[in-house]
Ligand binder design. Sequence first.
Ligand SMILES: C[S@@+](CC[C@H](N)C(=O)[O-])C[C@H]1O[C@@H](n2cnc3c(N)ncnc32)[C@H](O)[C@@H]1O
Length: 458
Amino acid sequence: MIQLPAAFSAKMKRILQGEYEDYLACFDDERLYGLRVNEGKISVEEFLEICPFELRKIPWIHNGFFYDGESVSPAKHPYYHAGLYYLQEPSAMTPASRLPIEAGDKVLDLCAAPGGKATELGAKLKRTGMLVANDISNSRAKGLLKNIEVFGIGNVLVLSEEPGHLIEFFPHFFDKILIDAPCSGEGMFRKDPKMIKAWSEESPEFFAGLQRGILAQALAMLKPEGMLLYSTCTFDERENEQMIEELLIAHPSLSLKNITPNYEGFTNGFVTLTKTEMPEIAKSVRIFPHKMAGEGHFLALLEKKEESRPLSYEEATYQGKLPVEAKEFLDLLGISFDKSRLSLQKERLFYMPEGVPRLKGLRFLRSGLLLGECKKNRFEPSQALAMYLKKEEYPFVLDLSATDERVLRYLKGETIAAPELSEKGYYLVCVDGYPLGWGKLVNRMLKNKYLPGWRMSC
Ligand SMILES: C[S@@+](CC[C@H](N)C(=O)[O-])C[C@H]1O[C@@H](n2cnc3c(N)ncnc32)[C@H](O)[C@@H]1O
């Protein structure tokens, strides 16, 4: 029988009333495992044709599936390393699925690490617009960068900043903002009992303070007509309904929008838990583990209705100059680059998203797509570029089947024999048509160029 802190139980009884016993009973249910298809690389239909393990549809996520985490390990399959999917708790897929992203949008994920939502937002942009993924924690932002690169997202800035510092660079800049806020984590008690130990009665008040600050900072970066999705994985009303209520009262230009598409398992936000009985709050959504197959969450989608104002940031400009070796390599790619977005920073060549403001003074882990490094008389393409490319965008490919033993050896960093290749130079190593990284052919052996930090351990 699960032991919950008495103050937490009392709160849940108050919130859930007659449903409290159902909530308690679901602690005995089996753990849920979720997988989300990266539609930036593969359609759901194509993925289902090649997927080697059994999947069951998550009814409220169009590209989400349950798998049996007790019997299969999707993180060990080469398709995972090809960025074909992300492993994520099913409810946690909901916020990014309900923020409407349009081609060309400038999107901010303010609390993004390790990238569960940023990867979906980037996939939805389909190489257009710009994704700015930020997390205050530098160590967590490193994991975020890796996940974004594995997913093949190139139109990106990955930052590790205190949100207040971002405002001067991105004033009223973003069309869409996601705040997956740091919270007291009560919704994760079933999945991760360590969260119970970390919880105290003061946690909700403490996190509400943080969330209030982050929301105010995010609003200063939201465009007029822009949308902001706020989510938590907790049950306390101070971090949920009351946080949004307070925001709506303080900012009359904001309104709540319905979360669409709706799902029968969603519960409307509780009007009775607001301080002013605010009817609009029913448009927010709560996810309870006893009502659907996911952990506890809260979501609210806000729209800013304001007169548009002239943009007040300065766009960065880039040289667009290329060393000849880099030019020769880029000419091989089936991509037409806008030269004014090519930025050579020391030896490293980046392709910047369109319309990037000046970034000097920001702590970023990545600005744009790292194309490669211009070494003396040669160009070395990057791991990020390999992940960004589609197989047909590069002429020299070694496409291996997932059952070919060379795939795992390649992912472990070994040199592999490639008797089927003859021309010297860089090859894009793929698994069933999906890029994994680079290899360089010398004497029919493929020298391994897979990023050392990404290699699979033996
Ligand atoms: C719920 S987690 C985000 C999970 C992430 N969205 C995902 O789906 O993978 C909250 C994140 O907020 C970050 N954080 C905490 N305080 C922050 C702040 N003031 N500004 C930005 N990020 C913050 C934490 O480091 C943590 O990574």
